[in-house]
Design a protein around this ligand. Sequence first.
Ligand SMILES: [Zn+2]
Length: 325
Amino acid sequence: MTTALLSLLLLSSAQAPPAATPDHHQRTPDDRFRLQPLAGGVHALYGRGGNVGFLVGPEAVLVVDSQFKDMAPGIVEQIKGVTDKPIKYLVNTHHHGDHVGGNETFRPIAVIIAHDNVRKRMLASPEAILRDFPAQVAEARQAGNEARAKGLEEQIDWAKKVKVEEIPAPVVTYESELRIHVGGETIQVWHTPPAHTDGDSVVFFQNAKVLHMGDLFFNKVVPFIDVKGGGSPAGYLKALDAVIARVPADVTVIPGHGEVTNVDGIRGMRQYISDVIEAARKAKAAGKTKEQFLAEVDLPAYKDHQGYADRFKANAAAAWDELGS
Ligand SMILES: [Zn+2]
């Protein structure tokens, strides 16, 4: 892997705005990793980036999401601390850099699986960088942020040179639903209506009753809704309702960001999205402009959620735009 790809996959939230492979992750724990055994051989692994889940089966390990390039060897090490069974499968819940950035480490050992659009978006990332980044370089220079400009330029160089086969994209992709069988466990992977992106998967460990939701679910964290990546606030409501209707009431839930929880946690996020959409609807009905709405909108109930200052207004803008005129 080139250094430029490395930097692409390491693109940090400090460098902001989300680009081809955004990192909307803010947490910087003192411990690099924290392991939480759940049920039936399924574990949650917190690190930097989207939460990892993994199943230890009698013969093989299945992993959900790979965080960043620099985190992936540590993820493998954590798994090796639990089992000597080989890692054979990696499921990517969506294409963002804080969930697929470590794919390169897994590619030689595991079959990488995701929704069709994850592969499409990862393979299209050089094109997206060449299209979007030159303007961002100019913006960064204007703002006097030379470090960011340099980082972006490195990625432009990478995008010019990279060969498509060098991108560690999923090699098994699916359209609506797929099952993976590891020992006695059946892992259901299904695609939801466009919500966080247009390539979201949830991963349900049927016997263990554990659900990994990727970034369909941010637990007590204000979500990033990647509208450019096919995401949608209204789609979030549909997707969350569909998931709640499908899983058992006593399921254990691993969110993409935030702590492991249960179905009530998902309902909390659904309420947040619903409240944002409702605020936009009310402002529109009251004849406000988008600018007025964004200047005034505030949902104090969610101020304690991580990322409120960074992402709430963007969520509100997305809800406003989606309502149309
Ligand atoms: Zn994401």
